[in-house]
Structures are given as C-alpha cells and as structure tokens.
Design a protein around this ligand. Structure first.
Ligand code: FAD
Length: 436
C-alpha cells in the first residue's frame, strides 16, 4: 500500500488526488491536508461569491473525497503543526498544493497606510476567510482605486459597485453584505501600468460591467491602438478588447450614480494621506519598444480612501523546501521539488491560470509520482496513523470530510437582501459547530 500526503485542498490538491486515485485504485491511501477545517482553498475564499456557477466545481471535488482511499484532514498547518520532513517520513510522497496566498507588494511609499489593502485580504473579507474577517475596509469615502489589470482587480471593483439586489443568490458573507450596503463609494478607478492590449481580463468578467444596475464603465477611446492592431490578438483576448472598445464608445449611463473608471498607462508612484490613504500619485506611462511601461513625467492624482492592490500573489516558503524567491513559488522541475517531494498548482507555477489549468498540472505530477513509485510497493510507511499520533501528541485536532459536511449543513442559506448568509468566519466557530 502506498501512502500519499497532499498539502492543500484547493483545485490543485483535489485534481492531484483524483489523478492519484485513478492511477492507484485501492493500492493507495491519499490524505489531503489543509490548514482550515473546510476544504477547497480559493474556490471558497477567492472565487467571487456572485459567480456561483464557478464555485459549483467543488461538487466534483466532493466525488473525489468520496473515493474509499481518499480523505480530507483539516485544521493542520504544515510547517507549523508538522514539518515537511516529518510528512516525508510518514508518506511515500508529499505533494505541496498550498497555493499562493500572500499579496505581492507594490514597493511604493504609503503602501502601509490604513486604507491600503491587498486583494487577498479584501477578497478574503467578502468571502469569509478567517484571517480577514476583521479587515473592515474603509467604505465611507466617495473614491476607491484598484491597482492591477487582471480578473481579480475586476472582481474587487465589481463587488464594490454592486447593489444588494445584485448579490441575491450569491454566498457573500453577512458582514461584507452589510458593510457594502452602507458604502458611499461612487467611483472605482482601475489602474493599469500599460494599455488595453496588455490587460489580463477575460471577456465574461469584462462584459458583466456593462450590465450593472447602478454602475457604468468609463473607458477613454484615446488609450487604444488603431483597431487593425486587434487582428493580431488571440481570439479570447480580442473579444476582451472589443468589449473595452464598446465601453469607450458608449457614454456612461446618467441614470446610474456609480462609475468604474479604467485608467490605463497609469503607474502608481506613492500613496499619500493624513494618517490614512487619501490619494494615489500616478505617473502617466507609454509603451517602450519592448512593450514595457515607461514613465512620461506627467504626474497626476487619483483620489482614493480605499486602495486595493491586485498585482499578484506569492507562495510562502516552508522550512526545508527549496524556494524560488523571485518567482514566489517552490523551486521545482516540472513539479518535482526533491526526493519524493512535489508541487502542484499555484505553489508550482505561480499565480496564473484558471481553476481548470490546475487539472492537467495535477495529472502531470500524479503521472510523475506513479512512474517513480509503482503500485504494489511501498509497505514501510505508516501514513495517516503516524500522522494522527503525532498530531495528538501536539494537541492538534484534525477534522475530516464528514466534519466538513456537518459544517456545510450548519452554515445556512444564501445571501438575500436583508438576510445575509450565516457563514462561519472563524476557525473556533467551525470547531464549535463540530462540538469541539
Ligand atoms: C480572487 C480570485 C478569484 C479567482 N476567480 C477565479 C475564477 O473566477 N475562475 C477561475 O477559473 N479561477 C479563478 N481564480 C483562480 C483559481 O482560484 C486558482 O487557479 C486556484 O485556486 C489555484 O489552486 P491551488 O490549489 O493551487 O491553490 P488554492 O486554491 O489557494 O489552495 C491552496 C490550499 O492550501 C491550503 N494551505 C495553504 N497553506 C497551507 C499549509 N501551510 N498547510 C496546510 N494547508 C495549507 C489553503 O488553505 C488552501 O486550501 C481566482 C483566484 C483568485 C485569487
């Protein structure tokens, strides 16, 4: 019998478990560990609560967890409660699928002022992530800014611009729904250092902005290259640019009080304010020959009492695991980190790609594992029994998939106007729901 530990229960962890389960059948026991008592990683804590169809991918992961050789072991933080070396003693192979939960920094003055938050924090706040439940982002001003030109920036801007009615059917957490209802923000500026052709926004997410109840997108037609330049773009990307061009050609709807302003060719230089964020000092840029942003010397201000940085993420290092500091991920060759040690998903590739990108990634690494460790061998590791013994000695209380289902049943309803979802936002609440 083989014993495998997958660290992290996001998409990458689950797809790898699915692939290993298919490859080994009843010849392997696969444990998916997570620091939280609840599974799914960014499917629960990242993907926008008003995009329920995407969150439904977790149903597929439930099926994986139902396989007889697969279990979820929650409430265990690897690197704190147990080391990777200890896991390697207990298991035939260890697969790191811990994602990239840390916000990348802008590295500019004023970034630490109150009112400046990372997108992981802001997104975690509205999704009920326990670490960010108390974030309390300042929503009392009239202007917010989101720095970044990817889908996460769009998510943050859209959530700030939606009405309570538009959150119907979402699973936004109650504290965020209430705070957003009281928000006075009217303008959200989305800043990108380069132009429309350089965005990393997908058509569906962009298109949504044209149909919001109270907010209109504002795009400056002068930011675009000649329309013939769109011909060279990959079709999906071209579609995104076409949507942006349509926004530029449509005057903002005067019956809608909110604006989402795309400010392209805008490089934040510093964030200023009297003890808190009030404005971003920005330099106008242009593209150089290599397609990078080059400052033009033109400086201007963007008012913002809330600044959300959405410029990427990094994986935190774990003791004893080779780390690529520049890439902000584990150092690996095609997913192989070291002897019997692997990485998948964002911890392997960095924070790019969709949920689906993690599937081939997980399958590829599972193939590497299967090639190195044929089914039928590997009787000298104790696996989960040894893990649970160690955790008990250390006073750690692991949870399993049945516990997760109990938590899921206890969390009630979906968010409706005036009736926020009762969703737990603290580890203690989850454990209390389990009577621990
Ligand atoms: C805000 C946001 C919105 C997104 N929206 C979409 C979308 O709409 N559509 C789409 O296709 N993709 C979307 N993505 C991308 C998608 O979420 C990622 O591709 C995917 O989640 C990456 O999977 P992962 O398993 O590598 O990491 P994660 O999903 O982050 O999972 C990592 C897991 O590891 C656990 N973990 C971390 N550290 C430890 C530790 N030390 N010990 C134990 N466990 C640990 C975490 O708790 C987590 O459960 C979005 C991403 C973000 C950030």
């Amino acid at each position: 019998m083989r014993h495998f530990a997958i660290v992290g229960s996001g998409p990458a962890g689950f797809y790898t478990a699915e692939a290993l389960s298919k490859a080994y059948g009843d010849q392997a026991r696969i444990d998916i560990l997570d620091r939280y008592p609840v599974p799914y990683g960014l499917i629960r804590f990242g993907v926008a609560p008003d995009h329920q169809s995407l969150k439904a991918v977790s149903k597929r992961y439930d099926k994986v967890a139902d396989e007889p050789g697969v279990d979820f072991i929650g409430n265990v933080t690897v690197g704190r409660d147990i080391s990777v070396d200890e896991l390697l003693d207990l298991y035939d192979a260890v697969i790191l699928a811990i994602g990239a939960p840390h916000d990348r920094k802008l590295g500019i003055l004023g970034e630490d002022l109150p009112g400046v938050v990372g997108s992981a924090e802001f997104v975690g706040w509205y999704n009920g992530h326990p670490e960010f439940a108390d974030l309390d982002p300042p929503l009392g001003g009239s202007h917010a800014a989101v720095i970044g030109n990817g889908n996460v920036a769009l998510d943050c801007a859209r959530i700030l611009s939606k009405t309570q009615h538009e959150f119907e059917g979402s699973d936004i957490v109650g504290h965020a729904l209430q705070a957003l209802e009281a928000s006075t923000i009217k303008t959200v500026t989305i800043l990108g250092r380069r132009g429309p052709h350089q965005i990393a926004m997908t058509p569906k997410e962009l298109g949504e902005l044209g149909h919001l109840e109270q907010a209109s997108p504002v795009v400056d037609g002068a930011d675009f290259p000649p329309i013939e330049a769109d011909d060279a773009l990959e079709p999906g990307h071209r579609k995104s640019i076409t949507i942006l061009r349509e926004f530029a050609g449509t005057p903002p709807d005067s019956s809608k009080p909110k604006r989402m302003v795309f400010d392209f060719f805008a490089k934040p230089l510093r964030i200023e304010g009297d003890g808190k964020a009030e404005r971003i000092i920005v330099e106008r840029t242009e593209l150089d020959e290599g397609g990078s942003a080059r400052g033009t010397g033109e400086i201007y201000e963007v008012p913002a009492s809330l600044v959300i940085t959405a410029i990427g993420y990094s994986t935190p290092p774990i003791e004893g695991v080779p780390y690529d500091k520049r890439g902000g991920k584990f150092r690996n060759e095609g997913g192989i980190v070291g002897d019997r040690l692997y990485a998948v998903g964002w911890a392997r590739r960095g924070p790019t790609g969709t949920i689906g990108t993690n599937r081939p990634d997980g399958y590829e690494v599972a193939e590497q594992v299967a090639a190195a460790m044929p089914a039928g061998g590997g009787d000298d590791r104790v696996g989960v029994e040894g893990l649970k013994r160690l955790l008990t000695e250390r006073g750690v209380m692991p949870t399993d998939y049945d516990d997760w289902r109990k938590i899921e049943e206890t969390e009630v309803g979906r968010a409706r106007p005036g009736s926020p979802r009762e969703k737990f936002v603290r580890v203690e609440d989850w454990l209390a729901a389990l009577g621990r």
